[in-house]
Design a protein around this ligand. Sequence first.
Ligand code: SF4
Length: 290
Amino acid sequence: MEDAGGGAPVPPVYRARARGILSRTGGFIRDAGFTHSLTPARNCTYGCTYCYVPTMRIYGGLRPEDWRRWGKFTTFKENAAELLAKELRPEQIVYCSPLVDPYQPVERRERSMPGILRALIARPPAAFVVQTRGPLILRDVALLLRLAEKTRLRVSFSITTNRDDVRRRYEPRCEPIDERLRAVRALEAAGIRTFCTLAPILPCDPAALADLALAASAGDVIGDPLHSRAVKRYGATTRAEAERVSAAGGFERWHEPEFQAGVAAAIRRRVETAGRRFATGVEGFRLLTL
Ligand code: SF4
C-alpha cells in the first residue's frame, strides 16, 4: 500500500469494465420508490463495521473476495459514464448507491463521479439521489448544480451519531462528524437539497443528534436503526463486526428493536417540534424521491 499523506495508507484500487451500470431495484430501495440504482464501484474502502452490503454477497453483485475482504480494496467500473449514456431514460428514479459510497476517499484520485454527473446532465433521469458520507462531494458542487437544473437532485448525507468517540469505534475510516456536518451546510448553502440521514443510528444522545441534523440542513430527517439478524432473518443485515464493537463498548441495547424504537421516538419528538418530518425505513427513504 502506498501512503496517502498524513500516514494514511491508500487501499488498492482496481478497475474493470462493467456490462451494465443501472440495475433495476428490488426490496427496500424499490419500495421507497426508486426504479434503478447506480453503483460506480464494487467494495467500499470506508469499510464500516456495520455495513450490510457484504452480507448480501452475490445478491449485492459482489464476488467472494469482496465479502471476505470487505473494505480492503475497491474496483471501479471504468466504463460507467459510457454505459450511462446508453442506459439513462427520462422516467428513471436513480439511487446512487446502495452498495458503495460514491465519494469514498479513493474517488479523489479516481475521479469517476465527474464523468457520471456529466452523463446524467446530458441525459437526465426524473430524479437522482446521491447517498454519501464523504465531504469529497464538495469537489463536484458545480456539476451537481448543473444537474439540479435538469432533474430532482437530492443528497442524502449519512450522519450516524453526535459522538465522535462512537464514530471512531464503528466507522474509523470515515470523516469526523463535524466535517460531515460542515459538508451538509456547504451543500445547502450552494443550493443543493440535502437531507441528514441518521443511518444507521449508532449510540448517541438522540436529542443532540436530532439538533445537529436540524441545524445543518433545512430538510426533513431520515433515520434507520442498526439491523438485527434476530429480527430480520433474511437479506441484508448488520455485519457481525459491529456487534463485537457494541459488546466491547457496552452498547448491545442499540441492536434491540424495543430500545431502537425509544431512540427513534426521541429523535422524532425533537424533529417534529422543529416543524419538520422524521421518518425511518422505507418511509424515510421515500422522502428522497419526492
Ligand atoms: S460507506 Fe456505506 S457502503 Fe461504504 S462501507 Fe460504509 S456503510 Fe458500507
